[in-house]
Design a protein around this ligand. Structure first.
Ligand code: NAI
Ligand code: MG
Length: 794
């Protein structure tokens, strides 16, 4: 009796991790940090400073200097100067450096974990057992890719100087996640840590020298939003990789528009955690702890929307509440706590405010403890009695707050899960493999976990869709974000592009025997007249009229997108079927060979061999993508857990294609074929010249079993039409060949729904060149990779 009573009354005592070593390191550095540029630590005279605090007790840990524009420029210059020799050193040399970094981090893992916890407020258990080990794994894993780069990534080269801007929720892990793949592939980087958590990055800078990272390959600049803005917009930066809020992601998309930069954005989320009635509810409860109370819920892919099948709702909520009672809060350095402090006073206020104001729209809040602003402690919270339009269900809270809703049927679960503007991650909970494997691909997200949540590994791609951004980090798919195809014979030669005829109506036209021909748009499988009723002449190379084509407007674009939306069944057709349709298209085109060669000669003013070459290459290109349709087939990633992670390329949705002027037949097919082979639907806008050529293809399309709405074609003013297309909320991606003004315009407008853009100078490639005109580069742009984690065993 006595013993059991004592056991009941037992309280945990604190098991504090020592901060002695971390504090000594801060002291050694005078508790002040400047910038790490060109392998040196740089301090400026009279630089503005930011105080670095421990959010658990508001103590000041150190100060950082803010890098001004000149300092950012120094860092970018140092990166640019080091990059070529770093790449030239070869994969093996880079592998050794990454390996050394991994070893050194391992050696200092304890002090780095403590520093991270002091600076961020996360439980030491998490920084020690999760963040830092995973960061180490990123360096090991990518050391391997550096070693294999020459053989496995042939034909690709580094993009050059990469700006990397990271947030405060996983400071060291995000640093590793960004730096490892970038430098492995031979880029040099400038990284800006978040202003509230810069300490472990400064520790890392010191390790770089020891690991033999050449001067200038890794540069770290400190500062807040202004420093980040200057860095991302710097003209000598070739790529920006950003993780953080959707608002800042948008600002970066805007400020870099038209700069020909590669961009990846890993933004916010409101991820669904979907529980079916056949799930193991006790595992579900632990899954919820991992999904929303891990890292105080300050996780971009936190499972913050719980959807429970109605028949088990009450039971599960009861279990969750019981589990909440046993979650422990305490000082973050206590090894036995579950929940620590939010990162800053600002974040504490933000979470408190969002919850308070959200509850005005209804909902019931359940918490086991009170928030404590002196420690920035916000307790684990659940909110019930809300519907899908409730602000707390739609907005990212970025704190330990879970909203709960229920559903009845599987289709309703999928629909509710997808009812968000975000698309970062989701998890499915069911013991029924049929159900789990059916629901996982139906969830619109970059990462889906089955019977687990918040699992990560360097071997698996991570990243989102919709307003969660674009691009992947981790896995082989992540490497391409830091590479570009080796520049071969890309520039288009004269040939078919060699004249200046344009379709503006004020040109003096010579007469042609075919002047009466009027070619309509192709929308939803039908030939359609322009909404405005106007036609414009499509000119031959010599200024004579080849045919009249419709002059499209916003309404025509809307109709074309609508038709494409309705044709979404194309994505779920088998790859075999899509291949068959493409082969049939090629076959039907072949029958019309003589006619197309003649048309190309007349229109583009090329000689017969050249026109024949373009025609034959067009047929061959359709064959290539018919072949690829069922061969671009993803991977099974081998992460260190009992299970496999399926990396599946998925179609993006509706892609807007804005074509170049030259080689009008081949260019059209080079864009349309890979996009539709992967299951996308397209809206095609031809180049300003030779707009008639693509419309001549319509009759071939009509007889080739291509479902209506998969290919839609609107002619007219390329600038105007592509602006409408880029501004359309249902278009998920834009591929654009234009002048720099047009590209800038497309990239800026695409910010609205955060479209993936792929913009080029009009004549950047010769479509006859196999390396420039076709291949996996196009297929990668036509897909995004969804990683589905499937654990197995008990
Ligand atoms: P933030 O997006 O402002 O900060 C992320 C990084 O971007 C920091 O390094 C910051 O200095 C930098 N930055 C800020 N303005 C910039 C600009 N104009 N150009 C370039 N870089 C810039 O996030 P913040 O303000 O710290 O947190 C606000 C909210 O954002 C959070 O409550 C959360 O909802 C969300 N967030 C999401 C993250 C994610 O991983 N998805 C991470 C951090 C925040
Ligand atoms: Mg801090």
């Amino acid at each position: 009796m006595k013993l059991s009573k004592s056991i009941e009354e037992l309280e945990y005592s604190q098991a504090l991790e020592s901060d002695k070593e971390a504090m000594a390191w801060l002291e050694t550095n005078g508790r002040k940090f400047g910038q790490f540029i060109g392998g040196e630590f740089l301090f400026q005279k009279n630089a503005d400073q930011i105080k670095v605090t421990n959010p658990a007790d508001s103590s000041i840990l150190a100060a950082i200097e803010i890098a001004d524009d000149k300092t950012v420029d120094l860092a970018v210059t140092a990166a640019a100067q080091s990059q070529k020799s770093w790449y030239k050193a070869g994969g093996h040399a880079r592998a050794k450096v990454l390996y050394a970094l991994a070893r050194l981090i391992q050696k200092h893992a304890r002090v780095i974990s403590v520093l991270e916890t002091l600076d961020n407020g996360k439980p030491i258990r998490e920084s020690r057992d999760s963040d830092i080990p995973l960061a180490i794994r990123h360096f090991y894993y990518h050391a391997g890719w550096a070693q294999l780069q020459e053989s496995e990534l042939a034909g690709q080269e580094p993009v050059g100087v990469v700006a990397q801007i990271i947030p405060w929720n996983f400071p060291f892990l995000m640093l590793a996640w960004k730096i490892a793949p970038a430098i492995a592939m031979g880029n040099s980087i400038v990284l800006k840590p978040a202003e509230s958590t810069p300490l472990t990055a400064m520790f890392f800078a010191q390790l770089c020298t020891e690991a033999g990272v050449p001067k200038g390959v890794v540069n770290i600049v400190n500062g807040a939003g202004n420093t980040g803005a200057t860095l991302s917009a710097h003209p000598n930066v070739n790529k920006v990789a950003f993780t953080g809020s959707t608002a800042v992601g948008r600002a970066i998309r805007k400020s870099t528009a038209g700069q020909s930069k590669k961009l990846t954005l890993e933004l916010g989320g409101k991820s669904a955690f979907v529980v079916f009635d056949d799930a193991d509810l006790d595992s579900v409860v632990e899954g919820i702890v991992d999904a929303i109370w891990y890292n105080q819920g300050e996780v971009c892919c936190a499972g913050s929307r719980l959807l429970i099948q109605a028949s088990v709702e009450e039971k599960l909520i009861g279990k969750i509440k019981k589990r909440m009672e046993s979650l422990r809060f305490g000082t973050p350095l206590d090894k036995s706590i579950d929940v620590g402090s939010l990162v800053s006073d600002k974040q504490f206020e933000q979470v408190s405010h969002l919850v308070k104001s959200g509850l005005k729209s209804g909902g019931n809040l359940f918490q086991c403890e009170q928030p404590d602003s002196s420690k920035n402690y916000y307790p684990p919270s659940i909110i019930t009695d809300v519907d899908s339009s409730h602000p707390l269900v739609q907005e990212e809270i970025f704190g330990p707050v879970l909203v709960i809703m229920s559903f009845r049927t599987q289709p309703e679960a999928i629909q509710l899960a997808n009812n968000t503007r975000y698309g970062l991650s989701a998890s499915v909970w069911s013991e029924n493999i049929n159900r789990a494997m059916h629901v996982a691909p139906a969830l619109i997200a970059g990462v889906v976990w089955i019977n687990c949540h918040n699992k990560f590994d360097a071997a698996c791609g991570f990243g989102g869709v919709k307003e969660s951004g674009f691009g992947r980090e981790g896995g082989k798919e992540g490497l391409y974000e830091y590479l570009k195809p080796v520049q071969l014979k890309y520039k288009a030669t004269n040939g078919a592009s060699g004249n200046k005829a344009s379709s503006t109506s004020n040109v003096q036209h010579s007469t042609s025997s075919e002047i009466d021909r009027t070619l309509k748009f192709y929308i939803g499988g039908k030939q359609v007249r322009p909404d405005g009723g106007n036609s414009i002449p499509a000119l031959n190379f010599d200024g004579s009229i080849s045919a009249w084509v419709g002059q499209g407007n916003r309404k025509d674009i809307r109709n074309a997108v609508e038709a494409a939306r309705k044709a979404n069944g194309w994505a779920s057709k088998t790859a075999h079927l899509r291949a068959q349709v493409l082969y049939f298209f090629a076959e039907n085109l072949t029958v019309r060979k003589d006619e197309f060669i003649k048309r190309l000669m007349e229109t583009c003013g090329v000689k017969k061999p050249e026109a024949t070459g373009e025609f034959n290459a067009t047929v061959s290109r359709i064959f290539s993508y018919a072949a690829w349709a069922d061969k671009f087939d993803g991977a099974a990633h081998d992460a260190p857990y009992r299970g496999i992670t399926l990396a599946l390329p998925e179609p993006i949705g509706i892609i807007g294609l804005v074509a170049p002027d030259h080689q009008p037949l081949l260019a059209a097919i080079s864009l349309i074929a890979p996009a539709i082979a992967m299951g996308n639907r397209v809206v095609y806008i031809p180049g300003d010249q030779y707009q008639n050529i693509i419309l001549e293809l319509v009759s071939v399309m009509e007889t080739s079993d291509i479902p209506g709405g998969v290919i839609n074609i609107v002619t007219g003013d390329k600038n105007e039409l592509s602006t409408h297309l880029a501004g359309h909320g249902e278009v998920e991606s834009m591929w654009c060949w234009g002048d720099s003004e047009l590209n800038k315009n497309i990239e800026s407008i695409s910010v609205e729904n955060l479209k993936r853009t792929w913009c080029h100078e009009n004549n950047d490639r010769d479509w006859l060149d196999m390396n420039a005109g076709e291949g996996t580069e196009f297929l990668r742009k036509a897909t995004h990779v969804k990683n589905i984690w499937t654990p197995y065993g008990d």
